[in-house]
Design a protein around this ligand. Structure first.
Ligand code: OAD
Length: 254
């Protein structure tokens, strides 16, 4: 892994090695270097597709086959994608810090593939489906799908077990995320535009509880103003450079 091509703030090493309880929030940007499209920006999915026709409960009710065709296409891309050095470094951070929680908005499952264990998939998982009648969830890994729209063994339709626009997040996951955010001393916010609630408010929650914030992103976001340290560049380059070239001493237990 190369050295950082951006200036490393002087107190960064101290911040990284003194932290004990760490939370990482990720968005689509962490998977961009794995070839997974992001949502916003020049080549973002929402530039070319209308969210209201594909990612809402109303869209699914109107045309489940259309919604599933779009998800089948995304599953095809994601199925071929491999975790990148950013995902792998976050998995290593989990081993390094005594307390570690990863909150991801991504539904691609790449963090777990990279070895992360304590992952809160706050927007769900693209490989998991949910029966619209029974509510039961199960994994459906076929790419492409054998039938569109796919069905449960009970005969009812299944939907992707992801959070769509207009839907609430799982309250249990929210409270788990809140508990981690209000007790961490260091928060990384990586590859998210920071515009989708409630995750967009998570950094201020951690900040109010005394955490330092490090943002890693190609661009300035609404989170940047809150961040103590902003690192501009690709997460797949910055993260490995931070943790592999800095020979940090493992912190003691919380
Ligand atoms: P966005 O597409 O809104 O934002 C991606 C962010 O990643 C942008 O700020 C980019 O600058 C940054 N970025 C891109 N490539 C990067 C790289 N290699 N390294 C670092 N940063 C990079 O994606 P999210 O913020 O994840 O919701 O979007 C949030 C939610 O909006 C998604 O979970 C999805 C979407 O609608 C649901 O599906 C419910």
């Amino acid at each position: 892994m190369g050295t950082l091509s951006i200036p490393i703030p002087k107190d960064l090493k101290r911040t990284l090695s003194s932290a004990k309880c760490v939370v990482v929030i990720t968005g689509a940007g962490i998977s961009a270097e794995s070839g997974v499209p992001t949502f916003r920006g020049e080549d973002g999915l929402w530039k070319n597709y209308r969210a209201e026709e594909l990612a809402t409960p109303w869209a699914f009710k109107k045309d489940p086959a259309l919604v599933w065709q779009w998800y089948d296409w995304r599953r095809g891309i994601i199925g071929k994608a491999k975790p990148n050095p950013g995902h792998f470094t976050i998995a290593k951070m989990e081993k390094f810090y005594p307390e570690f929680t990863l909150i991801t908005q991504n539904v691609d499952g790449l963090h777990r593939k990279a070895g992360s264990e304590n992952v809160i998939e706050i927007h769900g998982n693209l490989w998991r489906v949910r029966c619209v009648e029974e509510g039961k969830t199960f994994y459906l890994n076929d790419v492409p799908l054998k039938e569109i729209p796919p069905r449960c063994s009970c005969g009812a339709l299944v939907r992707p077990d992801v959070v769509w626009f207009g839907e609430s997040l799982d309250p249990q996951l929210i409270s788990k995320a809140h508990a981690a955010l209000t007790s961490c001393d260091l928060l990384f916010v990586i590859g998210t535009s920071g515009v989708v609630q409630p995750v967009a408010s998570f950094p201020s929650l951690a900040k109010q509880s005394g955490a330092q914030i490090i943002e890693i992103n190609l661009d300035t976001t609404p989170i940047s103003a809150l961040a103590d340290i902003t690192l501009r560049g690709k997460s797949g380059e910055i993260l490995p450079a931070l943790f592999e070239n800095m020979s940090l001493e493992a912190p003691k237990k919380c």
